[in-house]
Design a protein around this ligand. Structure first.
Ligand code: AMP
Length: 381
């Protein structure tokens, strides 16, 4: 029998960024208390949580103390060391479980998991030396992408290799870290599915959405994705299989490449709410953050119904280059919702907030979101 962690209980979040902040907003709305642990203070999550603990994830005594004060632990940052998840699990259930973190925080382990279970992922080879890289390039062909196996996100720690002649330079740029060589996919577009799985194995998903990236960072998400229904069904079934095989309790996002020939390839997994699911906060009956809360607390999952087509535009630190953006200009679009994460310093490429536009079609929502974002800096130009 599932013992739910009921509203009024305290939930612990490892990590303190915007994902934890939006989780905490959803949790507090439902009457939960939230504790967060990370190495920083006055964080996006800490500003909303009841208690903000500043500690290193490697300080296992602090992690144990943190876990002993909450009823369930989840995370918003998947690079929490496995040892920290294990230490927390001595005192409270960690959901998703530590093994899910372990598999997904390393590209090589993740891809080996996916291929072992027959999920369609980008052709790859493990690379531990320049020799390995040269032979992997012969097998995979060029162009190819060399990525560090651990701690990579938003295109950090990756290099495109155009020809064998670039192997040595790419290998030295990666600093000799364990790596993965992937085939470069000349994709039609990038897509993702955010889904949740409850403690009883119940499953809910937000459908297939389309993601546009700029400089390897998500720029805009459009929901629903403008693709045929059969592709949506295929992507959702792959996602359901991934959550079941990993035995996830929580939210997980599967990012896909749609190749020009119509095939779907998994690019990567994120075992938590995802940037491409931020639109759910305003556009769905139950947001991905509330869904994470329900899943890890053993409550029934909520409806994922999309109330209106939507588009989400990220607000990066670059928007602050010439001073504070003009917030009232974006708020002048009545169908646009503004989210700011409370980050104290704007840096180029740093995710500072997002806008969600709701409209009668995804395309119209994307145009409105783009126009509202443009308006933020129009007077500075
Ligand atoms: P990642 O951090 O691995 O998700 O990569 C960030 C972005 O780089 C992706 O969203 C793609 O736009 C691009 N990218 C990464 N890997 C590949 C690949 N194998 N083929 C084509 N584009 C890629």
């Amino acid at each position: 029998m599932i013992r739910a962690v009921p509203p009024g209980s305290t939930v612990g979040v490892l990590g303190s960024g915007q994902l934890g902040r939006m989780f905490a907003i959803a949790a507090r709305r439902m009457g939960y208390r939230v504790h967060t642990l990370s190495p920083d203070v006055d964080t996006p999550t800490g500003q909303v949580a009841d208690v903000e603990v500043r500690a290193s994830y490697d300080d296992l005594d602090e992690v144990r103390e943190f876990a002993s004060r909450v009823k369930v632990v989840t995370f918003e940052f998947e690079n929490v060391p496995a040892a920290a998840a294990a230490a927390a699990a001595e005192f409270a259930p960690v959901r998703p479980r530590g093994e899910v973190l372990h598999t997904t925080q390393n590209r090589l382990r993740e891809k080996q998991f996916l291929t072992r279970h027959g999920f369609p992922c980008v052709p790859f080879r493990a690379v531990a030396s320049l020799e390995d890289l040269r032979s992997a390039l012969r097998e995979i062909g060029t162009p190819a992408v060399l990525k560090t196996a651990g701690f990579g996100y938003d295109g950090k720690g990756q290099h495109k290799i155009i020809s064998q002649g670039h192997a040595a330079a790419a290998w030295s740029l990666l600093g000799g870290h364990e790596a993965v060589l992937e085939a470069f996919i000349d994709f039609e577009c990038e897509l993702s599915v955010v889904a949740a799985r409850g403690l009883a194995g119940d499953f809910a998903h937000y459908g297939l959405v389309k993601n546009d990236h700029l400089n390897h960072i998500l720029d805009m998400t459009v929901a629903p994705a403008p693709v045929v229904e059969s592709l949506c069904r295929e992507a959702v079934e792959i996602t359901r299989g991934v959550l079941e095989t990993l035995d996830v309790a929580g939210v997980l996002c599967v990012e896909f490449f749609l190749a020009k020939d119509g095939r779907l390839f998994i690019n990567e997994l994120a075992p938590r709410p995802h940037n491409s699911g931020h639109f759910t906060f305003d556009a769905c009956l139950t947001s991905q953050f509330e869904q994470q809360l329900r899943a890890v607390c053993g409550l029934p999952l909520g409806s994922t119904e999309l109330l209106r087509p939507a588009a989400m535009a990220n607000l990066l630190g670059d928007l602050w280059d010439h001073g504070e953006p003009d917030w009232s200009a974006a708020c002048a679009f009545p169908e646009v919702k503004l989210h700011l994460y409370g980050k104290l310093e704007a840096r180029p490429g740093r995710k500072m907030g997002h806008l969600t536009a709701l409209a009668n079609s995804g395309g119209e929502a994307a145009r409105i979101a783009a126009a509202a974002r443009e308006a933020l800096t129009a007077k500075q130009r």
